[in-house]
Design a protein around this ligand. Sequence first.
Ligand SMILES: [Zn+2]
Length: 107
Amino acid sequence: MQTCHACGAKLHWAQRWRSQWLADPIVCRTCGRIHDMRFQSKAVFIAVTILPVLLFNAFSTYENWIPVLTWGAFYIALVSLFTPFLLRYDLRPEPKKKDDGTPAEPE
Ligand SMILES: [Zn+2]
């Protein structure tokens, strides 16, 4: 189970499910720190969801696209329920602050 790397709070399945589809970072609901999906996890997500459907489509013997689309959508919906358990996140470093606590200017 993925937890926040800063405070240890659980990162909920629904947050991770949404994050994988929107490629959004996850914000911890407890401490507000941001977690970015690792590049390898993005590759894993594509490899187990979209790639098999493209391969199935390429080698399909169906004469029309409706069964391919139906099975593809069913497969992706099913697999994406489990992919949040595979994906890993890294804590985004906090922005540097000046000594008085105000955020530093962008470089
Ligand atoms: Zn946290």
